[in-house]
Design a protein around this ligand. Structure first.
Ligand SMILES: [Zn+2]
Length: 140
């Protein structure tokens, strides 16, 4: 999204999300691109441009998410709302695998979101692997 955001709102988002994607937790220095601002509930579906509906997201997660708000839990096949970074805690729905390179979905929401946003795409897993080998530790 490219809508104008007042500086105080941008600063509040940065304070809340730091320099990491609210979905995949990839740090901006690992993506090589500035983070985008994502409407958790897309504007096309009535989502507002306010703090409670915005988060910082890497370009890949934002583009993969698109206007999606529901996805299938790959374990049960149930339709599940995607992770909402303002209403849910990342640690309650996701964890890092033992290598620190792949995100595991702990809940239906976490699993559905990881698949829908393609959080463990091979490009990012390779990027994380290089950073982990260089001493980077994933947050969360
Ligand atoms: Zn991301």
């Amino acid at each position: 999204m490219s809508a104008y955001l007042p500086r105080p709102l941008r600063q509040r988002l940065t304070a809340a999300d730091g320099s990491r994607c609210a979905y995949c937790q990839t740090a901006v220095e690992n993506t090589g691109q500035p983070l985008t601002v994502d409407h958790v509930i897309p504007q096309a579906q009535g989502g507002q441009t306010d703090f409670d509906n915005l988060c910082r997201a890497c370009r890949r997660c934002n583009e993969n998410k698109g206007t999606t708000i529901l996805a299938l839990d790959p374990l049960t096949g149930d339709v599940t709302p995607l992770f909402h970074p303002r209403r849910q805690r990342w640690q309650d729905h996701f964890a890092w695998d033992e290598t620190g390179c792949r995100v595991l979905g702990l809940s239906a929401c976490g699993r559905a979101t990881a698949v829908a946003l393609n959080i463990n795409n091979e490009v990012m897993v390779d990027v994380r692997r290089r950073w982990v080998s260089a001493g980077w530790h994933p947050p969360g």
